[in-house]
Design a protein around this ligand. Structure first.
Ligand SMILES: [Mg+2]
Length: 195
C-alpha cells in the first residue's frame, strides 16, 4: 500500500490527463489524496494482518475520495481485506481468492461488464491470469502483464459505464483512467510481493 501510494503520486498527472480527456479530470488527484490519507491511517495504528491493512486503506478511500473511484477502490480492497482476514502467510490460492472477492465486489457495485471501458477491463484479466498461474510469483507477474494489456485494450472501446459513457463515440481512442490506476495497483503488487 505504501508503494501503491507512491505510484499514485508518481502517476498523478498522467491519470489527471487521461480523466480530463473523457471524464472530469479528478482521478489522479483523487487517488493521490486518498492514498495519502490511507497511509496516515495505517501509520496511526498497528495492523493485525494483511486483511486489516487493506480494510484500513479501503475505509480511508471511501471516506476521502469522491466520485466513483473512492467507492469502487474501497469495495475492491474491503472485499480483498475480508478474504485475507487473519492470514499471516498468503499463498497463490489465498491471494487469488482475495482478488476474486474484490473483483466480484467491484462488479456488483459498479455493474460494469467486460469491454465497458472501466477498471474491470484491467481487473478481470488480472484475476484470470492468477487463476491460470502455477505459483504466486508468476501469478503476480502475469496479473500485472494481463492488467496492462487490458488497460491498453480499453483505448478503442466506446465507454458504456461511468462519466465517459456520456461522450458516446467520442470516448474512443482514449485509455481508461480507472483501468490505468488498476494496472498500477497490479504492477505495484508484482514489484512488492514477488520474491
Ligand atoms: Mg473523474
Amino acid at each position: 500500500m505504501t508503494r501503491f501510494a507512491a505510484s499514485m503520486a508518481e502517476h498523478r498527472e498522467e491519470l489527471v490527463q487521461l480523466d480530463t480527456a473523457i471524464g472530469d479530470g479528478d482521478h489522479g488527484t483523487n487517488m493521490d489524496r486518498g492514498m495519502r490519507k490511507a497511509l496516515e491511517k495505517l501509520g496511526a495504528a498497528e495492523q493485525a494482518d494483511a486483511g486489516a491493512v487493506l480494510k484500513t486503506v479501503a475505509m480511508a478511500l471511501i471516506s476521502s475520495v469522491g466520485g466513483a473511484a473512492g467507492p469502487l477502490y474501497g469495495t475492491l480492497l474491503l472485499q480483498m481485506g475480508t478474504a485475507l482476514e487473519g492470514k499471516d502467510d498468503v499463498d497463490l490460492e489465498t491471494y487469488t481468492a482475495a482478488w476474486r472477492k474484490g473483483v466480484e465486489g467491484v462488479q456488483a457495485r459498479g455493474k460494469a461488464e467486460p469491454r465497458d471501458k472501466t477498471m474491470v477491463d484491467a481487473l478481470l484479466p488480472a484475476l484470470q491470469a492468477l487463476e491460470r498461474a502455477p505459483d504466486l510469483d508468476s501469478g503476480l507477474q502475469d496479473a500485472a502483464s494481463a492488467a496492462e494489456r487490458g488497460m491498453l485494450d480499453t483505448i478503442p472501446l466506446i465507454a458504456r459505464k461511468g462519466r465517459a459513457s456520456y461522450l458516446g463515440e467520442r470516448s474512443k481512442d482514449h485509455q481508461d483512467p480507472g483501468a490505468t490506476s488498476t494496472y498500477y495497483l497490479c504492477q505495484t503488487a508484482a514489484e512488492t510481493l514477488a520474491s
